[in-house]
Design a protein around this ligand. Structure first.
Ligand code: SF4
Length: 386
């Protein structure tokens, strides 16, 4: 399956913990961005004739795509159509909204253009916590935005919820999950705050002005998962939970190593066996597009056989579908059974019908398990030189 990701790098205000490439931009810069993203896609279309007609899923993320005015959003959709995407035939078309810029006009433009799924950055239902992490919206605005999205016929809705926020207790988090899963949405992204010491929140924590109880992280995740699942939202990826049939096709394609095109500053894609990313910051990305998108300015990563094996283990295990061991055998390698047994006896993995999956607390130690399994591939991926 071929996906298409468009990165909109603008946010009205930068949250105190943000480590994405996002910034607040004046009108002229937004207009320039729209011109450049259109050019970037058309250069790609000229080099790969017909490629955009093969796209099956679209994801417009950021940043905050909904920071664009309705007119500018319409221009963005125009650029996507001009590149050759037929929105009417997509299996899924998602756009991210933040509550403060999720209004009827923008939603109408998005739906009119063919958006079928909305993802809302709700994060928490506590005004105190929202302000402690520097979010722009308040709870009332978040609820209004969610209601607006849920009232759109046929629109599938995800909401992001964060946990382990400064000052957040387990009961606060459970109350958020309880309230949200009582709404008729199909998908919840549930993820823990990561503190970057270089960001505003990280600096406040370093100065002792704020604190996050890292010891609560594991408990919060496990209790949150239990609650989500008891309310009908099954974990299908470490941070993603869906009612039956509501999984994100676009994101599943990433984890199943499908191809996806990506445009905009810092966007990462995978096409023709090569992982690529455009310049991360806006200014070099602008120069890259104005210079005709030379491939020499892209970060290119042609996957070696051992890279592929590492990816297969890592991406498969982060989903509930797990790692079919045949996928490794087909590539001439296998994981030493003792390594698998060690994690099974610890209660972190299960094996059935030739597939291994994370279970229980194993989800918390995913990186450790993945690394161990990879380093116990036999014959060793390094020995084989594959
Ligand atoms: S809304 Fe998201 S991308 Fe924008 S500043 Fe906040 S965390 Fe970063």
């Amino acid at each position: 399956m071929l996906g298409l990701y468009i990165h909109v790098p603008f946010c009205a205000k930068i949250c105190d913990y943000c480590d994405f490439h996002a910034f607040s931009a004046p009108e002229w810069l937004q207009l320039e961005y729209l011109e450049l993203i259109s050019r970037e896609m058309s250069v790609f279309a000229e080099r790969h004739l017909g490629v955009f007609s093969r796209v099956e899923t679209l994801y417009i993320g950021g940043g905050t795509p909904s920071v664009l005015s309705p007119e500018r959003l319409a221009r963005l959709f125009g650029a996507i159509a001009d590149a050759g995407v037929d929105m009417a035939v997509l299996k899924e078309a998602t756009m991210e909204f933040n509550p403060e810029s999720c209004d009827a006009e923008r939603v109408a433009v998005a739906l009119g253009a063919g958006i079928t799924r909305a993802s809302l950055g709700l994060q928490t239902l506590s005004d105190d916590l929202l302000s402690r992490v520097g979010r722009r919206h308040d709870v009332a605005t978040g609820r209004r935005a969610l209601d607006l999205l849920l009232s759109q016929k046929g629109l599938r809705v995800n909401a992001d919820l964060m946990f382990n926020l400064p000052g957040q207790g387990i009961d606060d988090m459970l109350a958020d999950v309880e309230w949200l899963t009582g709404r008729p949405l199909g998908h919840v992204s549930f993820y823990g705050l990561k503190v970057d010491p270089t960001r505003r929140l990280g600096r406040r924590i370093a100065k002792g002005e704020e604190s996050v109880d890292e010891d609560l992280y594991a408990d919060m995740y496990l209790r949150g998962v239990e609650k989500l699942e008891s309310r009908g939202f099954m974990r299908y990826e470490t941070s993603n939970f869906a009612r039956a049939g509501e999984e994100s096709l676009h994101n599943l394609n990433y984890w199943q190593r499908g191809e996806y095109l990506a445009f905009g500053p810092s966007a990462h894609g995978y096409f023709g066996g090569v992982r690529f990313s455009a310049p991360e910051k806006y200014a070099p990305w602008r120069e890259y597009v104005k210079g005709g998108c030379p491939e020499t300015s892209l970060m290119l990563d042609r996957l070696s056989p051992e890279d592929e094996i590492a990816e297969i283990i890592q991406l498969s295990l982060r989903t509930r579908y797990g790692l079919p061991l045949d996928a490794l055998r087909e590539r001439g390698t296998s994981i030493a059974p003792e390594a698998i047994d060690r994690w099974i006896s610890k209660g972190y993995l299960e094996q059935s019908q030739g597939t291994i999956r994370l279970v229980g607390e194993g989800w918390l130690f995913m990186d450790t398990v993945v690394l161990d399994l990879y380093s116990n591939c036999t014959p060793s991926v390094n020995e084989k030189g594959c």
